[in-house]
Design a protein around this ligand. Sequence first.
Ligand SMILES: Cc1ncc(COP(=O)(O)O)c(C=O)c1O
Length: 230
Amino acid sequence: MLITAWNRAGWIDLPRKLGDRIAPLIGAAPQAVQVGDTLSLKLYQALGAALAMTNRKVILSDQGNFPSDLYMAQGLIHTMGQGHLLRTVAPEAVEAALDETVGVLMLTQVDYRTGRRHDMARLTARAHELGIMTIWDLAHSAGAFPVHLEKAGADFAVGCSYKYLNGGPGAPAFIYIAPQHRDHAHTVLNGWLGHATPFAFSLDYTPATGGSNADRHSCGGANADFGCGP
Ligand SMILES: Cc1ncc(COP(=O)(O)O)c(C=O)c1O
């Protein structure tokens, strides 16, 4: 099938299909989880989207976080060049550090070294009382114990499939976007698979929204090589 397999064999749908299989493990509704990329990239996308939804400049995290998450935040802050600040505190001090200067709370639920687990429901609820967006990294949670993202009200979550989901080295990551944000979340990295009509190969990026990518399979009159169209 060569590249026609994108559509004939349904490769284009796999990020969603696999996301729907992960969703029940992390307390997410169908269509709220997409698979792809690495975890660091998914975190970058989630953080970029969350920062675009707040005017506040502080990202709060903790010193038990996996370093790559902090590096990604530092890189995004540098690229954005808008004076954002990454503030890290001891894991036990996170709740007390939440205040109205914080725009995004970015935490890994389970510490990769100690197994210490944050209370997701409590911290998310407290963050929301103060108008703070939340991002949870589930690398050491998904597949290890039940996670309840939607019940906790988490805004974004990310995770990998190569630990407790047993995907093996190189297996892709996933991202969760709360249903109320799905049509507003802004992608910082605009790849073709996020385009409303990827097979139209338009030169300008038009983001797909949660409900508007019914044209995903359409060739848009441009190129039938990908097996799109009737
Ligand atoms: C909590 C956490 N976040 C992020 C990462 C980085 O993942 P990746 O190498 O897929 O970017 C890891 C990797 O082990 C991790 O444990």
